[in-house]
Design a binder for this molecule. Sequence first.
Ligand SMILES: [Ca+2]
Ligand SMILES: [Ca+2]
Length: 327
Amino acid sequence: MKITISILLFTLFQYVIHASVKSQWVYKKKENKKIDKVWNLVRDQRISTPVIAVIDTGIDFNHKDLSNNLWINRKERDGKPGVDDDGNGYVDDIYGWNFINNSPDVRDDHSHGTHVSGIIAAGRNNYGVTGINPYARIMTLKAFKSDGKGVSRAVAKSIIYAVKNGAKIINCSFVEFKYNQYLANAVNYALRRNVVIVGAAGNNGKNINDMDIYLGNFEGPIIVGAHTSTFRVWNKSNIGDEKVHLYSPGTKIISTTPKDRYRAKSGTSMATPYVAGALSLLISLGEKLDQNLAMSFIEQSIEHNERYSDSILQGRMNIFKLLDGYL
Ligand SMILES: [Ca+2]
Ligand SMILES: [Ca+2]
């Protein structure tokens, strides 16, 4: 029960009700100013619609900036209530599953999961914010409770559900400090099925090279630390050149929160979905990613900087380098 989402629960500034892309510093910086080029490319040339599983506190599936970008289990949506219409072992799982109380109710009673989901796939419309891949779909798997604490077994079951039901990338914005066999087995299962796992480095402000920390200690998952809007490593981000692969934006990140709201949050929880969503752009464009290919694309994407010498790849993600072959 030591598994927790990777966010620090303080508010950096007040609710931003009328958020806009202009308020997203991520898209105002350097190369990202031309992010519309990326989105136009994906809009016009997409070959598939990637499903990204978000294992978190749930989602506000009615949020107007998310509701069009959700994975929908159509057989359940169009089926009979109380019946497992698609025969996958889960009754009425329209948006995903709640592994905390074993029900189809994936509503977010915290806000973390809704925020993470918006960073990946908030709508490219004329309001709110835009996710890094507004042409992706979010599958919601609730494995964390309203206090932000999770259940390792629920996380493991979420991973298996994600793989069996078509997710290609799994976002894991949390850390655990104790080895768990179910979690290890589930991670290996996903990797064997060529599903890419992206996980948070954690917010302890420590070098985790010699710490027991998961997913960081597993072979395979891509582990993400957080950098600030001035491209410095965030002082609360964990670091470690043996476990943290790269850094991505993780402070004062404005995204969706329940009841059609927007809020800024900081954490490696926010950096992780940026990488998961960015990788999904490649799937949109037809790449068949597995963990190895995903890692080589990430290596290609790296903007090297000595500030990031505490990471394996010694850099941060540059979306334009990631999509170099397409733009
Ligand atoms: Ca079902
Ligand atoms: Ca929007």
